[in-house]
Write a protein that binds this ligand. Structure first.
Ligand SMILES: Cc1cc2nc3c(=O)[nH]c(=O)nc-3n(C[C@H](O)[C@H](O)[C@H](O)COP(=O)(O)OP(=O)(O)OC[C@H]3O[C@@H](n4cnc5c(N)ncnc54)[C@H](O)[C@@H]3O)c2cc1C
Length: 345
């Protein structure tokens, strides 16, 4: 669809299978086209939604009253350890290629759906790696300044599931990402206990990247976290809630309500708490259902549309019930990880 088409339903373009129509929809097949389309819409005062693989989106039942620009730019350039990838390339295909070439740094991010251009937005991460560890720079179109710029990683504001791109959502359109991937034939040091256990190595050890990829894919499949048409648990937007990061006083308060709660103590004194533990212990087990929406039967953090029969409103009813239940029991407010379009939690 390189021409503008009116009234395209967005549900088939999201992994949740949810979302009403877009006023207009167009695919952009190069960085130049992306910039032209977005700039023209901005001049006309038309709202824009940049759409990748739709795997981190919750679109309202009313849809999007503006122009949806689907990113479809392709191209990979290699210069030694540096790989510059156009935003529309498939993320997992890039990981597979890097692994096959013996490059390391993104092997633990195997099986994550979506496109390359979306990876810096929420600093995609899993199993002890996130893209901020390997991104050297990001080429963006800055809608505020109206110019194309190359941002070095230090200007991207990367943090846990966060970046300057999420902070000022909509301001920057990612056109290409440059990753620096060491080519020494070994994975990055294994930094996730469950993965180390599966690989039979100690934390900090390195393995061939292909072994790390295979182990991660196996672990992810067991949790319904690899897109699979035959697995209703994968009809999700991945983890629906981020792991809350509490200040030391907040953590002390939680200790009173939940003595010995599981925690990761962060170097800055804050405390990260597993959202899945909070949800389960607030009375929402895996498979918990509210109408047609369900918590994944394999992974507490994923809110799913298992029969593809729910509406966005119904999915959000479930998510709100979970958020409110956790707040009541533990005094901690969970925050959604996926981006909401035309709606909110
Ligand atoms: C089964 C499953 C498992 C998942 N596992 C993980 C995981 O382990 N770790 C993790 O971090 N995430 C995970 N996710 C979430 C998701 O896959 C990632 O966030 C992914 O990077 C989203 O990519 P996308 O192309 O689908 O983005 P979309 O959903 O299309 O877009 C997400 C946001 O990014 C914006 N955006 C997209 N492309 C651009 C661009 N080029 N420029 C500017 N803005 C843009 C959109 O406007 C939107 O705000 C999972 C999702 C699913 C369904």
């Amino acid at each position: 669809m390189t021409e503008r088409v009116a009234g395209v339903r967005l549900a088939p373009y999201t992994t949740l299978g949810l979302g009403g129509p877009a006023r207009a929809f167009v695919a952009a097949e190069s960085a130049e086209q992306i910039v032209e389309l977005v700039a023209a819409a901005d001049r006309a005062g038309e709202p824009v939604l940049v759409l990748g693989g739709g795997s981190n989106l919750v679109v309202s039942d009313e849809g999007f009253d503006g122009l949806v620009v689907r990113v479809a730019s392709r191209g990979i350039e290699i210069d030694g350890d540096r790989i510059t990838v156009q935003a529309g390339e498939d993320w997992d295909a890039l990981v597979a290629r890097a692994v096959a070439e013996g490059r390391s740094g993104i092997e633990c991010l195997s099986g994550i759906p979506g496109l390359v251009g979306s990876t810096p937005i929420q600093n995609v991460g899993a199993y002890g790696q996130d893209v901020s560890q390997t991104i050297a720079g990001v080429r963006v179109y800055d809608r505020k300044g109206g110019d194309v710029r190359d941002l070095p990683a230090r200007e991207c504001g990367f943090a846990y599931r966060h970046s300057v791109f999420k902070e000022e959502l909509g301001r920057y359109v990612v056109l290409a990402v440059t990753y620096e991937l060491a080519g020494d034939g070994l994975s990055g040091p294994v930094a996730y206990k469950e993965l180390a256990g599966r690989l039979g190595v100690a934390l900090g050890e390195r393995v061939p990247p292909a072994e790390a990829r295979a182990a991660v894919l196996e672990l992810r499949r067991g949790k319904g976290m690899v897109l699979d048409a035959d697995d209703p648990d994968s009809r999700s937007a991945g983890s629906f809630f981020t792991n809350p990061i509490l200040t030391a006083p907040e953590a002390a308060e939680l200790e009173l309500r939940a003595p010995g709660f599981p925690r990761w103590d962060m170097p800055d004194g804050s405390v990260k708490v597993p959202a899945a533990w909070l949800i389960e212990n607030a009375g929402f087990p895996k498979g918990y259902r509210r109408g047609p929406a369900r918590i994944s039967t394999k992974h507490t953090l994923a809110m799913t549309n298992p029969e593809m029969s729910a509406t966005t409103a119904e999915l959000l009813d479930l998510a709100r019930e979970v958020r409110d239940g956790v707040r009541e029991k533990f005094g901690v407010t969970l925050v959604n990880e996926p981006v909401m379009v035309g709606t909110h939690l």
